[in-house]
Each structure stands twice: as C-alpha cells, then as structure tokens.
Design a protein around this ligand. Structure first.
Ligand SMILES: Nc1nc2c(ncn2[C@@H]2O[C@H](COP(=O)(O)OP(=O)(O)OP(=O)(O)O)[C@@H](O)[C@H]2O)c(=O)[nH]1
Ligand SMILES: [Mg+2]
Length: 384
C-alpha cells in the first residue's frame, strides 16, 4: 500500500517536472524569436555570446556502473581530449597514487604466492619476496622520498619468477588491480627519484572514486556535463542525489570481470557481472529514467581478449554453450545478458565495445556518444 503511494508520488512529481521542462522550452523558443531576432523576417545570425546563452544545447550525462569498470578512466580521457590535458604539476600530484599501485600489486602477488605455497626459483628471489610481505613499511615510502634503492630491481626480478607468474595466473582470486602487470614491470621508472607520471600511467592508475566527480566541457556544438559516480557499494547510496533527468546514461560495465568477485563484498563472493547486471536492472526500473536513452559501454576489451583464452566462460556462466576461447561468441553472450534485461523493461539500448585506456578507441566512442546525444537533444527542442 505504502509502496504504491510512494510510486504514485514519484509519478506525479515526474509529471510536474516534465511539464515545467516543456514550459521552459516554450519560453526559450519565444525569447529566441522576439529577443534574439527583433528584425523578424530577416535571417538571424546569432553573435558568439548569444550562442552561449541560447543556442548551444546542454547535455547532462551520468557515467554509472559497478566499481572498477572504467568510469573514471573515461573521464580522464575527456580531460585529455577537451580539458587541460594534465599539465606536469597535475601529473606530479598523482605520483604517490601510482607508486602505491606498484606497491599494492607486488605485495598482493607475493602474498598470494605464499598462500598457494609456490616455491621461488632462487634464494635471491625468495629473499626479495620477504621485502614485500609486510604492507606498513611499503606504504611508508609514499611519505618518504628515500626509496630503498634495491626495491625497483627486486620487483622487476620477482615479476619474472615462475612463483609470481603462477600467482598472477590466479589473479581473479585475490583482487589484483587490472593493470598490475604494467605497474610492476615499470617499477624501476616509477620508483626513480625524478619520476613524473606519464599520460599512460595516469590512464592506467587505480584510485577508487569517493563522491561523484562532475566536469563540464564546452564542445564545438554542445555543452556537456558528465557526472562520474563512484561504483563501490557505499558510493552508490549517493547516486539518488544525481539521478535527476539526465540527457543520457553511460552505463559502463567490464567485459573482463566475468571471472572475478565483488571486491567490497568479499564475504558474499558475488560474481562481478551479476553485480553489474543487478545495478543495471535497478536503473532500468527507476521511473524518472523511463525515456532516458542508455548507452552501454562494454569496456576492457583488451583484457577480455587475453583472458578469454585462459579462463573458460562456462566455468562462471554454466549456461554459455559457445566454443571456449572464442572472443566473439563470449562477448555476445555477455552482451545478451544486458540486452535481455533491457527488453524486459521495454527500453532501447545502444551498445559499444570499448578500451578506455586507448586514446584512439576513446575518440571513436566519444564521437559516437556526442553525436547521438546532440542529435537527440536537437530533436526535442535544444534543451533537456
Ligand atoms: N587495460 C585496461 N585497463 C582499464 C580499462 N578501463 C579501465 N581500466 C583500468 O581499470 C582500473 C579501474 O578503472 P576506473 O576508471 O578507476 O574504474 P571506476 O569504474 O571509476 O571505479 P570506481 O571509481 O571504483 O567506481 C584502472 O586501473 C584503469 O586504468 C581498459 O579498457 N583496459
Ligand atoms: Mg572511479
């Protein structure tokens, strides 16, 4: 009963907002006609600043999805393409995060090798591993610029040892960050005293988003605001404050997460694809989004194409009947899980496969997203 009343209230307020939006569009249209174009009948060419106030359509995109799927990486690409492109000072600010990524990766690998009782190939490797077993001294280097000069070589040396490589093959069991291989194999450069992060390092670093991050970009023919919403469970509680009539939803999911469990819910050992589908379904069922277009970005195609040859999809999704190791079939199976849910809610869905760390791929995907959103906004009167 209460639930129904809640639903009714929701629908009423949706209706009122929709009417207000339409009235506002009408006012803007009248203003354009009589304020911007006083010489009615002549062809009107707006001045630059009038463009900014009246003509440029605005879009508001919600970038949502489960944690670790690539939402913030997409935002970093936006900044590289349309923002300040990460000047040196800004890159330097990320130095401790990236060093932490190196330390976290090698610590988790060494810990896993010990847990699986994998023996190191030499006594030297065994000794090196000892340096990275305790976390507190490792994290202390982030405040202390005098990094033990033996560490970079030890990390790169350990990375080649079969014990660490065998642990790496089982990385889905212990929440190793996606680009751990990149960080560990670049340890010497990253731990060097003169280190300044490169753009590649920035795109690959892992920092969990706490609180939503909002950025507005003035693009050629549209002003676009993107809200990057933290995807971990505690962060998702804040989503409701931002869910007010977006122009479109960019739902980011990782193709490569099919063999992993949710990091922040270790006790449940819930599969990450299932978590992502559950979040997706909640958004589809949220009534203010009834007419909001959804673009599904199935991300981490590079990681997926390597993983699918190593980890059978059927082991994690027993209903998968396609050939094992076949990237196209496996990709379609995962895509269909989202498509089926979308059909259930009678919505339209646009799907794109992405590699958020790849500049060219990002450019192509963003061109598609911005064209689609601009055309849609223009078709409903220039405002949303
Ligand atoms: N190799 C590869 N790594 C990716 C790709 N997309 C994202 N990553 C990496 O995956 C990790 C997680 O990406 P984020 O963008 O931080 O994920 P998020 O969705 O913002 O996560 P939350 O902030 O926890 O919600 C980072 O280390 C990224 O560099 C991809 O397409 N390929
Ligand atoms: Mg993030």
């Amino acid at each position: 009963m209460d639930e129904n009343r809640h639903e009714d209230n929701h629908q009423n307020s949706s209706c009122i907002r929709s009417v207000i939006r339409r009235i506002w569009q009408l006012v803007v249209t009248i203003l354009r006609q009589f304020v911007c174009c006083p010489n009615y009948g002549e062809e009107y060419v707006p001045r630059r600043e009038e463009h900014a106030v009246f003509a440029k359509p605005e879009a508001r995109l919600l970038v949502v999805g489960a944690s670790d799927t690539g939402k913030s990486t997409f935002m970093r690409q936006m900044r590289l393409e349309f923002g300040d492109q990460y000047p040196v000072e800004e890159r330097r600010r990320h130095q401790p995060h990236i060093r932490r990524n190196v330390m976290d990766s090698i610590h988790k690998l060494v810990t896993a090798a010990a847990r699986y009782e994998y023996a190191y190939s030499t006594a030297e490797a065994e000794n090196s591993a000892q340096k990275f077993t305790e976390w507190p001294p490792l994290v202390a280097i982030l405040e202390n610029p005098d990094i033990d000069s033996s560490w970079p070589d030890s990390i790169e040396f350990l990375w080649k040892d079969p014990a660490i490589q065998k642990a790496y093959q089982r990385r889905n069991e212990f929440h190793l960050m996606t680009n751990a291989d990149y960080f560990v194999s670049h340890a010497a450069r990253i731990l060097h005293e003169d280190y300044i992060p490169t753009i590649d390092d920035i795109l690959r670093m892992r920092i969990v988003t706490r609180d939503a991050v909002t950025k507005t970009y003035e693009l050629m023919n549209i002003r676009m605001t993107l809200h990057d919403m933290g995807g971990q469970r505690p962060e998702r509680i804040a989503w409701v404050n931002q869910l007010d009539y977006p122009s479109a939803i960019l739902f980011v999911a990782s193709l490569s997460e099919y063999d992993q469990t949710v990091e922040e819910a270790e006790e449940e050992s819930k599969n990450r694809v299932q978590e992502s589908l559950d979040i997706y379904e909640q958004l589809l069922g949220y009534s203010p989004f009834d007419t909001t277009p959804v673009i599904l970005l199935l991300n981490k195609t590079d990681v997926f194409s390597v993983k699918i040859k190593e980890q059978p999809l059927k082991k994690y999704f027993p209903k998968y009947e396609g050939p094992e190791g076949d990237e196209t079939n496996a990709r379609e199976y995962i895509t269909n899980l989202y498509v089926e849910l979308t059909k259930k809610y009678k919505k339209n869905l646009l799907v794109r496969y992405t590699e958020a760390t790849n500049r060219d791929n990002f450019r192509a995907i963003f061109a598609f997203v911005s064209n689609y959103v601009s055309r849609r906004i223009m078709s409903i009167g220039g405002m949303y």
